[in-house]
Design a protein around this ligand. Structure first.
Ligand SMILES: [Zn+2]
Length: 240
């Protein structure tokens, strides 16, 4: 399995790794460790480049596989040899925007749970924009404005965002940890990573976040939609 460097240091922009396997048909490389996020839990995958022996190959995306994280190169890019050392360099501009967006989503999720007890039923995010579905009966324009003001208060409160990795049994005893209705925690996972926005939100999460809510910047709720009697969808955008 690949060591996931982004799980303990989401600000890692450049790293070294050893190539342990090539997957020719996918034009992909497996390494012993990576800082590239493979996508999942609603967070989009990372892009970047890998350098080796004077080559610069463009990484189309990182992707999860049962053997580890696949690093799929763009067509025509040179693959490194098995056993060679490579340097991975993230498309940091893109990743940092995704980190800000992911933390914004947790601010939204935490605020709505605190103020209305509403559960998340789904979500998706891209750099600087995202959408999140909640179990919410009556969502009005006025209420959306109240929510928008409440989440921006959490941004200006400059709350720290802490990452922890703990045994599954211990983590599952934390009240309200698993607040999404979709199961994001496959049974084979023995350790659970948690993201805490101090004083606001604590949840199991595998994604990358900023260190403090102040880094998110102003959050705009750009639209809302009814997705059925109970489910409502909120769309957010961040300022560049
Ligand atoms: Zn998350």
């Amino acid at each position: 399995m690949t060591t996931l460097l982004y799980q303990t240091d989401s600000y890692l922009k450049k790293f070294s790794a050893k190539v342990i396997k090539l997957t020719a048909n996918a034009h992909a490389v497996l390494r012993d460790q990576t800082a590239f996020y493979p996508g999942g839990g609603g967070q989009v995958y990372d892009k970047g480049i890998i350098e080796f022996n004077g080559n610069k190959s463009i990484l189309k995306r990182a992707k999860y596989s049962p053997d580890g994280i696949l690093h799929i190169l763009e067509e025509g890019e040179t693959l490194p040899e098995v056993g060679s050392e490579i340097t991975g360099i993230l498309d940091w501009d893109r990743r940092y925007k995704v980190m800000r967006t992911h933390t914004a989503m947790h601010i939204l999720c935490g605020t709505i749970f605190r103020d209305y007890g509403a559960l998340v039923t789904g979500g998706d995010m891209e750099p600087l924009k995202g959408r999140m579905d909640f179990e919410f009966k009556n969502l009005t324009k006025d209420l959306v404005a109240v929510i928008e003001s409440a989440i921006n208060k959490e941004v200006t409160a400059a709350r720290d965002v802490n990452v922890a990795i703990q045994p599954r049994e211990k983590a599952l005893k934390i009240p309200d940890l698993i607040r999404t209705k979709i199961n994001l925690l496959p049974l084979h996972i023995k350790e659970i990573r948690t993201i805490e926005i101090v004083g606001l939100d604590l949840q199991a999460d595998g994604g990358t976040h900023v260190n403090n809510t102040s880094e998110v910047g102003t959050i705009h709720i750009t639209d809302y939609k009814s997705k059925g009697k109970i489910n409502k969808r909120l769309y957010i955008e961040l300022e560049p």
